[in-house]
Design a protein around this ligand. Structure first.
Ligand code: UD1
Length: 422
């Protein structure tokens, strides 16, 4: 298995292009199942999770062509010939559950294996199932598979989510576009990926209002047409690379970055002593002093501080002046990076969903292991802040969500290389 070698770094300078959002692309791709006309996505990221979704859609009979070195995905679902999403593919990625709503809406039936994905907590799919039931679906769980039917088609309904779920909102939103009548989604997720999905569905002819607020209203239509849609910038990749100059010093411009995608995160960076300014091409980030200040962070659904940036923020706070408290409120068991950071000399105490980080002067390079997608990149960031060499193993997690991480960081002067397994 490949690993990544990072050496402690001086200041970083230059520009990093931000790719299209993995999490937006993973919900936009299943939207192809809603129409028999082509759906083309531009600004797609080149990632193994996107290849997994490609395989899943292909297994259902959709055509997915990867053009322009993977930046364009041309999809067509005119000839779907299978309605079962098998465990072999679904187990690799939790977002596979997002084919359920579209398949049910278009074909009145779907069989989907219960998903796998990052090992961060239990992560059930009950909210997805309950939302689709509110639209008239009948669910049967058998042998690890969800067997869903909608005899006579889906009908509009009221869904009141007991708590915010990005994926369940996406599944319900896609299903509602073809349901008969009006659907109201209350306590809906407000993430930029939901807004991007609603925009794409509207281009396809869907009637949707309220995306970006916590109440989304959908007027079902008979059929959806084809469309071409650019994937929104990846706010998690953006936030991750914003932390690189925050950790190493220097000044880095993130091309395609937008403050409205990372508002709460920018507020915390400001508190820690990092300047973020808007430029014509994106965002520029520079550290104000020699060392950042400790800050307290708790994760929340958008527009709060994203759980997907918690591990990377912890890497920054390991060398901050003072004591920071990080509270993870979205997922249980999402501090698996903490023991790895401690191997590098970080002082962290974890109690349940709270981690207390006492800043040290400098981290020390060490061999560490990536445990999940965001944890893996937090270890790379920590390696940039450390004295000596850090080797991050199990980097297949990283390939799921960060394209060209080595090339992008080297482009701003980081000392990082990928070591290929022989
Ligand atoms: C999405 C993102 C993921 C991010 C997360 C929260 C994608 C592909 N992934 O994941 O990167 O970390 O949002 O911002 O977009 N829950 C239930 N039952 C359900 C669904 C969720 O209990 O049916 C719980 C989860 O375990 C979690 C919380 O709800 O504790 C929020 O999860 P959710 O917003 O659904 O996350 P995902 O859509 O899986």
């Amino acid at each position: 298995m490949d690993s990544i070698l990072v050496s402690g770094n001086g200041p970083l300078h230059g520009r990093i292009p931000i790719a299209g959002a993995k999490n937006a692309c993973l919900t936009l791709m299943p939207a192809t199942l809603l129409s028999d006309e082509p759906l083309t996505l531009t600004n797609a990221p080149r990632l193994s999770d996107i290849r997994t979704m490609t395989d899943l859609l292909a297994s259902l009979g959709a055509e997915v062509q990867s053009l322009q070195d993977g930046k364009v995905l041309a999809m067509s679902s005119h000839d779907l010939n299978n309605h079962t999403a098998h465990y072999d593919i679904v187990r690799k990625m939790r977002a596979s559950i997002l084919v359920l709503g579209p398949m049910l809406a278009r074909h009145g039936r779907a069989v989907v294996s219960l998903p796998g994905g990052c090992a961060i907590g239990a992560r059930p799919v009950d909210l997805h199932l309950r939302a689709l039931e509110a639209l008239g679906a009948v669910m049967d769980l058998k042998d690890g598979y969800v067997h869903a039917t909608a005899p006579g088609g889906l009908r509009g309904g009221a869904v009141d989510f007991p708590f915010v779920s990005v994926g369940a909102t996406e599944n319900a939103l896609m299903a509602a576009t073809l349901a008969r009548g009006t659907t109201v989604l209350k306590n809906a997720a407000r993430e930029p990926e939901i807004v991007d999905l609603a925009r794409c569905l509207r281009r396809m002819g869907a009637q949707i209002e309220g995306e970006g607020t916590n109440v989304i209203t959908v007027q079902g239509v008979e059929r959806l047409a084809g469309a071409t849609h650019p994937v929104v910038s990846d706010r998690i990749e953006l936030g991750t690379y914003m932390l690189a100059p925050a950790i190493c010093g220097g000044e880095v411009e993130l091309l395609g970055g937008r403050k409205d995608l990372v508002g709460a995160f920018c507020d915390k960076l400001d508190e820690a002593g990092i300047d973020v300014s808007e430029t014509p091409d994106g965002l520029k980030v520079a550290r104000r002093g020699d060392r950042v200040r400790a800050v307290n962070v708790h994760t929340e659904p958008f527009p709060g501080f994203p759980t997907d940036l918690q591990a990377q923020m912890m890497a920054l706070l390991c060398t901050a002046q003072g004591v920071s408290v990080l509270e993870e409120r979205i997922f249980e068991n999402r501090f698996m990076h903490a023991p790895e950071l401690m191997r590098m000399g970080a002082q962290i105490e974890v109690h349940g969903g709270t981690a207390t980080v006492t800043g040290v002067d400098r981290l020390k390079g060490a061999p560490v292991m990536a445990t999940d997608l965001r944890a893996s990149v937090s270890l790379i960031l920590a390696g940039l802040a450390a004295e000596g060499e850090t080797v991050v193993s199990r980097v297949y997690h990283l390939d799921r969500g960060y394209e060209h991480v080595v090339r992008k960081l080297r482009g701003v002067g980081a000392r990082i290389e990928r070591i290929r397994a022989r």
